[in-house]
Design a protein around this ligand. Structure first.
Ligand code: TA6
Length: 314
């Protein structure tokens, strides 16, 4: 079983214009809603691929109900903790049809009540069984500190669960302290973590080796449109994504993580798992929604993913 934990889910409001004009009345061409918050995306991929999973975390209000409704429409079993008197945050994403890339404005979300955190701890303890993969991904609520985060991680470790952590700054460091199965930092998060600025793949490999020595089993370093570097004690590979017509890049990193876990959880090799992850992430980029992709398109893109083995620079 794979359990995804989204402490701070979001309802993504994705708006499309031709080209944003300053000081103008920019008429929206279209607005679509999708799920947001990162670990939620992982669950969408797992469900679409047919991997048993449960999505939990903290939801609230009408926007939280809309998120759960969208998750259920995408075939995701949900078991969230609900907080009264609050509203799940809305993320505003602007996509210009005539330009590449998107603008994303993320709200911080509501403060989590002590009772809500306790309810989540109880739920996590109930849901997690030995050998389960438990994915913590996405932003952290404004009043959740590193010690609360570590308490949640340790509930999983106590149950012999396998931790996956996709977090930033001090929370990524907390994740590494818990000796996780997998971490997925992006380039910015990685450089902030190591407090260095690697310039070559070989330098990245040297830094990743230190994290493996600290007890991380798989380091999946996302380099965005340039691809990724995957490091394990068995070696290092560099993956290059296929060329695609980008529509909306929001959610690609989360779909990448979901794609990798959907394969790893079936015992597929590192190379096969991250080939699939790279292809499904590329498919997501060609879709408007932040959790949309096409499995047929993914299969066609698999052969266009380039993979090289990497060595540490001496
Ligand atoms: O990675 C995509 C996404 O999850 C969007 O769906 C949007 O909700 C945003 O990121 C949330 O990011 P945050 O770091 O605030 O959790």
């Amino acid at each position: 079983m794979i359990i995804t934990v989204t402490l701070n889910p979001a309802l993504d409001q994705i708006m499309f214009v031709n080209k944003l004009e300053r000081n103008q009345n920019n008429k929206l061409l279209e607005t679509v809603y999708d799920i947001g918050g990162k670990a939620t995306h992982v669950s969408v991929v797992l469900s679409k691929v047919g991997i048993e999973n449960i999505a939990t975390g903290i939801l609230a209000g009408h926007s939280g109900q809309k998120v759960q409704q969208l998750m259920e429409q995408k075939g995701v079993p949900c078991d969230f903790v609900w907080q009264e008197g609050a509203e799940t945050r809305i993320t505003y994403i602007l996509v210009q049809r005539e330009e590449k890339g998107s603008y994303m404005l993320t709200n911080r979300g509501f403060p989590i009540a002590a009772a809500t955190i306790q309810a989540l701890k109880d739920k996590l303890s109930t849901l997690t069984h030995e050998g389960d993969i438990v994915v913590f991904a996405g932003g952290i609520p404004i009043n959740v500190d590193e010690s609360v985060y570590q308490d949640l991680l340790q509930i999983v470790k106590a149950k012999q669960g396998k931790l996956v952590v996709d977090a930033t700054g001090p929370f990524l460091r907390e994740g590494i302290k818990a000796r996780p199965y997998l971490i997925k930092p992006n380039e910015h998060e990685f450089k902030e973590l190591i407090q260095k600025n690697p310039q070559t793949d070989g330098e990245y490999v040297s830094e990743i080796k230190k994290l493996l020595a600290d007890g991380v089993e798989i380091v999946a370093l996302s380099l965005g449109k340039s691809g990724s570097i995957i490091g394990t004690k068995q070696g290092f590979i560099r993956l290059y994504p296929p060329k695609i017509q980008e529509v909306n890049d929001v959610g690609c990193g989360d779909v990448f993580l979901g794609g990798a876990l959907s394969m790893l959880s079936q015992g597929k090799s590192i190379e096969e798992s991250f080939r699939f992850a790279t292809a499904i992430s590329a498919s997501k980029a060609t879709h408007e929604g932040s959790s949309e992709f096409d499995l047929e398109q993914t299969k066609q893109l698999m052969d266009e993913v380039k993979i090289e083995s990497l060595k540490e620079e001496n």
